[in-house]
Write a protein that binds this ligand. Sequence first.
Ligand SMILES: [Mg+2]
Length: 276
Amino acid sequence: MEFYTQRQYRGPLKAAIFDWAGTTIDYGCCAPAGTFQDLFRRNGIEATIAQAREPMGMHKRDHIATMLAMPEIARQWEAEHGSPHSDDDVTRLFETFIPLQLKALPNFLDIIPGVVNTVDAMRARGMKIGATTGYNEEMMGFCQEAATREGYVPDVSIAVTQVPAGRPAPWMAVKAAMELQVFPWESIVKIGDTVTDVLEGLNAGMWTIALTKQGNEVGLSRAEVEAMAPGDLAPRVERATQKLAQAGAHYVVESVEDIPPLLDTIEERLARGERP
Ligand SMILES: [Mg+2]
């Protein structure tokens, strides 16, 4: 056969899947960053905030393993404990992490400005709303409860403990899509604030939007952002933009408020036969 037909989806966007911390609640993704530093300090390790934030978005056990493998942290660990860290150490640290995170979490559940308006705009165009997170189900429950009080109620929410593997694997996004009963994957946009969020969306074959100013890559609370001189903030936003764009995000914007115009842009691309 000389000619083949390529099947193309040219319909509208049908769903958005949002990350939780740093994307819809907890401006700056400050809850886990501080807890990881606290956890390592309790084990004799001074982890920098940059080290604590680098693997953000992963399953928290994978996050701990990734931090322990960083050369500077591995060196401190060996000096403190007399041998390289083992898989049992990862397990023990993860078991310590869970209650520390649950204790800190209630202080970091403020909804991020613009979430409700953006979700309303999506629902008005017929989109369903999903959520995924590197938190376990109990931590996610705190997020859902607080967000519900503020008027943000996704149709489904999937915790990392409900799938075989966390980000960068696509399973949470895929499970959310399945529970929303939405397909094809190119009719879905995944939104998050970390490199692993972007990879989750790309691995699921979805459009990806990454957020800078309000998320983990700039890594500042709302009060810190508001107090910072524009000249100091701009280079941090620029660095985050470069990093998330290099990870492969289709769009990188400062905040969740910047998303609605992108939905038209993505639908125009779909209408031309483009895929993520
Ligand atoms: Mg996040």
